[in-house]
Design a protein around this ligand. Structure first.
Ligand SMILES: NC(=O)c1ccc[n+]([C@@H]2O[C@H](COP(=O)([O-])OP(=O)(O)OC[C@H]3O[C@@H](n4cnc5c(N)ncnc54)[C@H](OP(=O)(O)O)[C@@H]3O)[C@@H](O)[C@H]2O)c1
Length: 281
């Protein structure tokens, strides 16, 4: 299959490309990165159209995002542009070409008062990041072949010289401050995403939560990740004044994907895999 990945050189995009290529799928990437063969600014609808018409992919995965809640709060216009406008542009052309579009959303579409959110629960975002994700979801869900994937926090290792999401600072031996140590999270191993996405694209449409089987506080999650690379902790709990409101409990029910026979990796197993991946670098 030929797969277009928007945001192909980001954290998730890098993993998707690597895993899909192992299975002999052809990848065309849309990104801002100048080194890429296909540079596409998805804020520009004409450029998206030109790219897709030339490449004619079988389906599209949109991983573009302004992922920092704080950045979104500081610059709501940029949040709207990168989280909503890009998705709207891509959805328009996916619809015209009548091909599936997978859009990456977030558990931050919820207010976090309850947790364990199902695909049926109504979004109630607390911040600009969540609000712009909800707007984008609506564009994708209008499509006959739209798939919205909600994840809480993704983690994993792409290689020292590649983007590694939340793991990056740990790998660089940098100090990390955690302002909401008690926040309840449900991390998902990024290596689980390629297989699950391919499965969903075959037959499924609509919203799907993808999360690991373990719920854990933010501080314990970060310490577990840190334990994969060092003994001494460089993580500190802080209680700085909040500049952005975030959900206290951003956990997701995964019974819908489990009923489809799709399972995710436990934190313990994933950390062992990450250790092996790092050792074989
Ligand atoms: N990481 C998480 O834990 C997490 C949790 C919940 C939801 N999500 C969602 O999952 C998706 C993937 O996350 P991620 O961590 O892989 O993000 P990421 O590493 O920041 O990757 C985003 C990619 O989008 C590209 N991009 C930005 N603006 C663009 C534009 N105008 N046109 C084309 N490409 C553009 C970026 O390219 P440049 O680098 O060249 O700017 C980057 O490659 C995002 O939508 C995010 O909101 C992530």
């Amino acid at each position: 299959m030929k797969i277009a990945i928007f945001g192909v050189s980001g954290f998730l995009g890098t993993k998707l490309k690597e895993e899909f290529e192992k299975e002999d799928h052809r990848i065309c990437g849309g990104d801002l990165n100048k080194d890429l063969k296909f540079k596409v600014d998805a804020t520009n609808s004409k450029k998206v159209s030109r790219f897709l018409n030339k490449e004619k992919p079988d389906f599209i995965i949109d991983t573009i995002g302004l992922t920092s809640s704080l950045e979104c709060e500081k610059d709501p216009k940029r949040a709207l542009l990168l989280n909503y406008k890009t998705a709207k542009n891509i959805a328009l052309w996916a619809n015209k070409m009548n091909i599936p579009l997978v859009f990456m959303s977030s558990s931050y579409v919820f207010d976090g008062l309850g947790g364990d959110y199902s695909e049926e629960d109504s979004p109630k975002p607390l911040n600009e990041y969540g609000k712009t994700k909800v707007m984008a979801e609506k564009e994708v869900l209008k499509l006959k072949k739209g798939i919205v994937i909600r994840v809480d926090i993704m983690y994993g290792f792409n290689g020292f010289d590649k983007p590694n999401g939340v793991f990056q600072k740990i790998l660089k031996n940098e100090e990390i401050e955690i302002n909401h140590p008690e926040q309840i999270r449900q991390p998902v191993f990024v290596d689980d995403l390629p297989k699950i996405i391919l499965n969903l694209v075959k037959n499924e449409r609509g919203i799907f939560n993808i999360a690991g089987p373990d719920k854990v506080s933010m501080i314990n999650f970060m310490r577990l990740l840190e334990g994969a690379v060092r003994d001494k902790t460089l993580i500190r709990e802080t209680s700085k004044k909040d500049l952005v409101e975030i959900p206290k409990n951003s956990t997701l029910s995964i019974s819908k994907i489990n009923l489809l026979g799709l399972k995710t990796t436990s934190l313990r197993q994933a950390i062992n895999s990450i250790k092996n991946q790092i050792n074989s670098e």
